[in-house]
Design a protein around this ligand. Structure first.
Ligand code: ADP
Ligand code: MG
Length: 251
């Protein structure tokens, strides 16, 4: 855009320094925008899961103010604090995790979102190639690693130990955001090795923020509400012969 700016500078008699700083500012803003775009692509965040699109009223035990503060980054990421979201399937854990991740990328942080099973598989391949340390090291560039569905059941010892190493490697340095269907009491299913499970839980709870999202599945609730609404909007007219509510015809 320098031609346009130079023309304006000539016309309006800007001093040289003003022209230079206007161009430099423009370039910086453009680079920042491109960086965020790049980081969004590398983040593997699921599209469309934003904080704007998250219905906080559906999870009353969750403080919106707290979530918004965390989504701005800052101290918790600098300290390597972990964020753990517990709740039954459909409670909105993955949506919330992805939305926080997206907000952080937009704020200039680097985030990687992965289903835990996918990441563990990738790390296992790295281990077979004797590259595990390097692969775990590569994840260090991310300020936040979102491990979606951590408590997914694993029988395989090699897989659990890779997960264990990953959590250990980030401990007290880099943040994890973990979503899990089962509370800690049930993690013996996810980490069959008792000593390993205790060590994992110990590391995770040491510096962590825990969101308990004990709500019914959002989609199921939405479906029920819609059903109730249509039932009350079109009450059956019992007096009509063979009368049926409109909803039933379209059900
Ligand atoms: P979980 O990971 O806890 O099993 P998801 O985050 O995958 O649940 O949520 C299931 C679906 O419901 C997703 O499409 C998600 O976007 C939507 N959803 C869940 N909770 C909310 C919410 N509070 N506001 C908006 N959408 C939600
Ligand atoms: Mg999920």
């Amino acid at each position: 855009m320098w031609r346009e700016f130079a023309e304006r500078a000539d016309k309006e008699g800007w001093p040289g320094a003003r022209l230079l700083s206007a161009l430099a500012e423009l370039e910086l803003a453009e680079r920042g925008r491109r960086r965020v775009e790049r980081h969004l692509v590398e983040s593997r965040l699921p599209p469309g899961k934003t904080l704007d699109g998250f219905d906080f009223a559906a999870v009353p035990m969750l403080s919106k103010a707290r979530v918004m503060a965390l989504a701005g980054g800052g101290t918790w990421l600098e300290k390597g604090t972990d964020l753990i979201c517990f709740g039954p399937p459909g409670a909105g854990k993955s949506h919330l995790g992805a939305a926080i991740g997206r907000a952080l990328v937009e704020a200039g942080y680097r985030v990687l979102f992965m289903r835990t099973t996918d990441l563990v598989q990738r790390l296992q391949q790295a281990r077979q190639a004797l590259q595990l340390e390097a692969a775990v090291g590569k994840l260090d560039k991310y300020d936040l690693l979102v491990l979606d569905d951590l408590s997914y059941l694993h029988k395989d010892h090699a897989e659990t130990s890779v997960r264990f190493e990953l959590i250990g490697a980030r401990y007290e340095r880099r943040s994890l955001l973990i979503t899990a269907n089962q509370p800690f009491a049930e993690w013996n299913k996810a980490f069959p090795d008792q000593a390993m499970m205790i060590a994992v839980i110990d590391r995770l709870v040491h510096h962590s923020i825990i969101f308990e999202m004990n709500v019914e599945s959002y989609r199921r609730r939405g479906a029920l509400e819609r059903k109730n609404r249509s039932a009350s909007a079109s009450p059956r007219k019992a007096s009509e012969p063979g009368g049926r509510g409109v909803g039933e015809h379209f059900a």
